[in-house]
Every structure is written in structure tokens, then in C-alpha cells.
Design a protein around this ligand. Sequence first.
Ligand code: BDP
Length: 594
Amino acid sequence: MLRPQDTTTRERRKIDGLWDFRLDADGAGRDQRWFAGPLQDARKMAVPASFNDLMTDKETRDFFGDVWYQTTVRVPRGWDGSSIGLYVESATHRATVWVDEHEVVSHEGGYLPFAADIGEHVRAGEEVRLTVCVNNTLSFQSIPPGVIEDTPDGKRQIYWHDFFNYAGIHRPVWLTSVPTARLDDVTVVTTVEDTTGTVEYTTEVVDAAGLTVRAVLRDADGQQVATAEGPAGALTVPDVTLWRPGAAYLYDLELQLREGESTVDSYHQRVGVRTVAVDGEQFLINGEPFYFTGFGMHEDHVTVGKAHIDALMLRDFELLEWIGANSFRTSHYPYSEDVLDYADERGIVVIDETAAVGLNMGLGGGIFGGQGYTTFSPETANDVTQQVHADHIRELVARDKNHPSVVLWSIANEPESETEAAEDYFRPLFDVAREADPTRPVGFVNVMLAPHGKCRVTQFADVVMLNRYYGWYVLTGDLPASERQFREELEAWATEGKPIIITEYGADTMPGLHQLPAEPWSEEYQVDYLDANHRAFDAVPAVVGEQVWNFADFATTSGIMRVGGNKKGAFTRDRQPKAAAHRLRERWQAMKED
Ligand code: BDP
């Protein structure tokens, strides 16, 4: 599946805006065929946006079940004779789409795109009605998981991840026009030898009997640097300019599907020439040891929830630059494709994570509630869950494989990993990831409950990724003991001979709360906490990265450990710095200069 583009042979039309919207508390819409005509009793809803925070009532905010979106759109009159499609960048957590009354596609998974050929139901120049039924219910067979419990007051949705279950159409929706004979996919792998780069490409095509593929590589000034013929091939780039962290450089690879001398289809793939490898305790980018600085982030903003908005993305990247961060993790789900594009452009390194968060019933009693389940069992996370998880990994790799910024896959965050059941669940998933992408390291994020010696899943990973809260959830307020115990744990992990990235460490902090001497929740404590953690990292050479939890404060479910959400941000939810942000800036800017 290729992302929509405007090229000499392709067109796209964004159909965002105000759509009709209706909650379907009784789940009656499918039986009553709400897609068969204009949506009754509808109110307006913005696309893209999470629907939760736009209204003022609790029913909408906490709604789970089916919600219906509808709009009418005129298919551009020039699209006659082409193949017309629909591309939805994300609908959380699953969706079914109808064009007028024809069902055209269903998709499972809330953070990855899906597409449908709608040509047989539309005509160029005419209007059609698009209806999308989005469902945000979480179950043991969804990624992320959740459960619905019956209570005397009705049904309640429970889940085990620490961010609000925002839902809706979160990213743009496109109508697309592509040639019937066309390119359908491209995969790019780059290698470097001295000063020469090689761009290997493979393509997939549709209805292309008798047609040929031509690949043209241009540099950032638009100058042609290499060409190749054939559905797969290699382009050689002498004196290559590498894509480097902090110094991005992108080539443009144009794939042309040709009939003799005429171009039937043209698709542009941006290419950053870089290599990624793990060598002993080192994480290498372009053969050089790389040290990750930055954050676990969230797509989370006031009012719009998890919607992708260019302006908000820009602000976040400006703050990453200001603070001296060179990387982030897409905790805890795949982010908007625009975010990855922009990371490619800005030279920011990305750990790309699936939405497999909360596969751990041993965690968080006081935070999330809903305990009393076994994580892996025939009734809970089971073979079906594993298949859904595997599909999710494949779809993530398919979407993001060509981004130079993506250097490492994280296939889960803090799952149960100390049991035999966890080992059995995860072993095949690592194989799935490696088969989908043999070029990048694969890991998962380990939770504090499964320390070195107990974790049975890290054996499959290329990199050790650790979330640790010494000085916050354990040894609260005791930083000397935290520093010592954290260092001891890191020394134990270092015996694995793999690079260690600290993917989370952090302390909740109320902006504006000051205390001398420092106490937990104050801005001063967050600074001291970071300093103590950093001393532990600096003492262990196998530590090759630190990503603070979190970039910014974010929304969560209600809980006695959350005050208006999770307050571990270095920045507030409206993206202003706490004292800790200034401290991180000192450290990371100095590291950059070294
Ligand atoms: C970790 C989770 C993260 C939470 C964080 C916290 O990976 O999603 O938000 O702890 O408690 O367990 O702040």
C-alpha cells in the first residue's frame, strides 16, 4: 500500500472538516443501516480529532462502542478512467466504511492506515456519501487490550495503559486517484561503503503486464545522480551525502512505471542513506556509536486529543531542538505518518513502537484498577491476540520501513515478561518483526517487575530497553539509594553484552510547585531526580540512551495517582518548560558539543 501523493500521474483530495456524527450507545446503527441514508439526529464533529474532549458532557468523553461519522464529497471530475480509492490514516480502534450503501472496507487497529478501492461505487464529478463506523472498545483480543465489566451501574471499559483512550478519526482522510496500471509498493534499503552509498529498491505493481519500472534518484537539489531499470535494482551514489542524526539529507527516488517511453505511473519515495547496526554494547548509526537523548512522547493535546495537527507537531519538534534531544520513542502506538516524515527531515531518530501496551495484569493496581486477571490465558490475551499483534507488527513495518529516522522497532511496552507464557507469546513475534524487516534491530520495553535474571523475553531482543522509576515509584524521595540501586541493576543488565536504552525514567511534577529542600512533586525534585538517574547511566558504558518519561504532561484515566493527568512531562501539556527542561537542555546540549 502506498501513501497518497500528488504526482504527474496521481492525485489526492483531503476530505477533512466538519462531518456529521452520532454516538450509538445501543449499537443499533448497523442493524438499522445508518449508512443507507443521511445520519439522523447528528451533530457536527471535527475530522481529524478525538471526539472525547470537544463536547462538554461526560457521556461523550467516556463513550465506548460504535460512533458514526458521515460526510458527502464530490469526486473530482477529472478522475474519469482512473482507479479511485479512499485512504484513512487512522480510525481508533477499528472502523468499517460505506460508500453510499456499499460496505468497502473494515480495519482493526487504531493507529495505522487502511485503504479501499471504491471505483465501482463512484463516478467522477458526482457526489457520494461516506459513512464510517468507528469502534473504540478494547478487549483481550485488541491491541492495546482492555475489558468491559458489568457493574450495577452498567458497563465499564477498563484498560491497563496509562493514557486516556482517545478515539475517533485522528488523522486525515483522502480520496485518491491512481492509474489502473500502477506501482503498489516500494521498499528501500540503503548501504554504505567508504564514500559510496547504495540504494536497493524493490517494487510491487498492479495490472502492469508488459510494463517496465524505471528508478531515478535525485539529490536534494533535484539533480539526477543515478538511474536503474527493473522492478528491483540497486542505485549507486558516489560521494554520497549520508542521513545523519541532527544533519538530515534526503534524496528523492522516483519510481516510474513505463510503457515504452511514456510514464504510466510515477511515485516519489524520499530516501535517507544511512546504516543501522548493533555491535556488542554499541548502537551504531552509519558505523558510529549513537547515544539516544530525548523522550517517550504522546500524541496528546488539549481539546483535540490524539488528532494530528501540523502546528502542534511543529511546536514539539522546535522544543526537541531547543532542548538538544536527538530522538524519541513513539510511545505507545504508531504516530502520524507526517510525524515520521518530519523526523526524517529534521534528523530526529525514532524508536517506532506498536500499540501493544498494557499486556500486563500484574502492573498498576492502584493506578488503573481492574485487577484479578491473568495476562496470558485462553480467556485473556491468547492465540487470537497474538495474531492481531503479529498483523499489527507487519502493518507497522509496511508503513514505516522506508523512514531513515526509524532505527529500532519496539514490539511492546512493559508487557508481562517474567513468565513462561510471556516467553511463548513473544518468541514468534520477534520472528515476525525480523521477517518483516531484516535490516533494523528489534526490541521491546521491559518493566521494573521483570528485572535482570527474571525477564524471559529480553533474550530475543537486540537491544535492552528499560523503564525504571527509582526515586519515584520505588525509593520515593530517596535519591542516594535510587542512584545506587539503579546503577547495580544496570551493571547486571550490562552482563548481557547488549546496548541498554533507558526508555523511561521520570517523576510527576506539578508545574509551579517549589520546595527547598526538594520533595517529590516539586520542580526541584524532578531536577534532582534526573541528576541522580544520569549519574547512574554515566557509570555504565553499556547505557547508550536516555529517554525521559515524558516529553509533556498528558491525559489519563481518573486515578488517585494522577492529578489532571500524568505530570511527568519536562514540558507542561501546553508545551512550556518546567525547571527540568532547562536541566535536560544543559546536559544534552553539552553532549551534542562533545
Ligand atoms: C510506565 C508506562 C507509562 C506510564 C508510566 C508512568 O510505560 O505509559 O505513563 O509508567 O507511570 O509504566 O508514568
